[in-house]
Design a protein around this ligand. Structure first.
Ligand code: FES
Length: 274
């Protein structure tokens, strides 16, 4: 009883640990703020997101595109539904990121790995094992109440799978410029982006449950044996989920930055077309 009272009134960060427990949450918070901050800024500023035949993953696939005032925007004939409609609110930037690419944000935000990462680092709840956190002692309710939306992760997975198909399509489309086959650094950067996101998505806990859960026998027929193989592959990726989460996040930002620099003329893309 006495221990509980001391824990609840102890100052934030108090602990009996003698190791550098604060390094991991500090690095994690720095990384999350840096990369999520960069991608959020780019979602609200959809300029230089297109450098034929490359498209930034922050706006792909584009439902609508801006027709004026956005240098380096996606061409109208590449957007699924053409230009932004007249009813689009003028106070909002005309960014394709607000539509299908937003599914990636919902998927990442509710990811089991990222939850642990941002609960522990920017939210400090708790900052690390046996370290006094920001939330009051005894108030832990799990992912209920306001956090119940985290359960949407299994549904955001379907959107992420669709997005993955679109990104692979854009990656393969980047092998063609003006109908001519070729390859550029941007092509490789985009395909690497799709590959890392594939590793991240197929290591997802929800995907692993979808293909390997609710089954009693993994060897009874060809379908269950196939599911077992997929489940084993997903389990391997699942063990590296943190690695793929970070690599894919960094690479999305890298891909966008590369296309920004090529589109704005700051650098030249090495390719077989020019
Ligand atoms: S658990 Fe991380 S993407 Fe599903």
């Amino acid at each position: 009883m006495t221990t509980t009272t001391v824990q609840q009134t102890a100052p934030l960060g108090s602990t009996k640990r003698i190791d550098n427990w604060w390094v991991a949450p500090l690095l994690t918070a720095g990384g999350l703020i840096l990369f999520f901050g960069y991608l959020t800024l780019r979602a609200f500023n959809a300029t230089y997101v297109w450098a034929d035949p490359y498209i930034s993953p922050t706006v792909a696939p584009p439902l609508f595109t801006a027709v004026a005032g956005y240098p380096g925007s996606v061409p109208v004939d590449h957007a699924w539904l053409g230009a932004f409609p007249g009813w689009w609110p003028s106070f909002l930037p005309q960014s394709p990121a607000f539509f299908i690419p937003a599914a990636a944000i919902a998927f990442r935000f509710t990811c089991y790995y990222y939850r642990g990462a941002y609960y522990k680092s920017p939210v400090l709840s708790p900052p690390n094992c046996t370290v006094r956190g920001a939330s009051k002692g005894g108030s832990y309710k799990g992912e209920t109440a306001l956090l119940i939306f985290q359960n949407l992760h299994r549904y955001t997975l379907y959107a992420a799978l669709f997005l993955l198909v679109c990104l692979w399509y854009e990656g393969f489309a980047a092998f063609f410029k003006g109908g001519k086959f070729g390859v550029g650094v941007g092509t490789l950067v985009m395909c690497m982006n799709a590959a890392l996101l594939t590793g991240y998505t197929f290591g997802c806990h929800s995907w692993r449950h979808l293909i390997g859960g609710k089954i009693d026998c993994f060897s009874c027929d060809a379908v269950s044996r196939g599911r077992h193989k997929m489940w084993k592959g997903s389990s391997w990726l699942n063990g590296k989920h943190q690695l793929f989460a970070w690599c894919s996040l960094v690479w999305v930002a890298t891909t966008d930055l590369y296309i920004y620099l090529v589109s704005s003329g700051a650098i030249r893309d090495l390719n077989t077309w020019d």
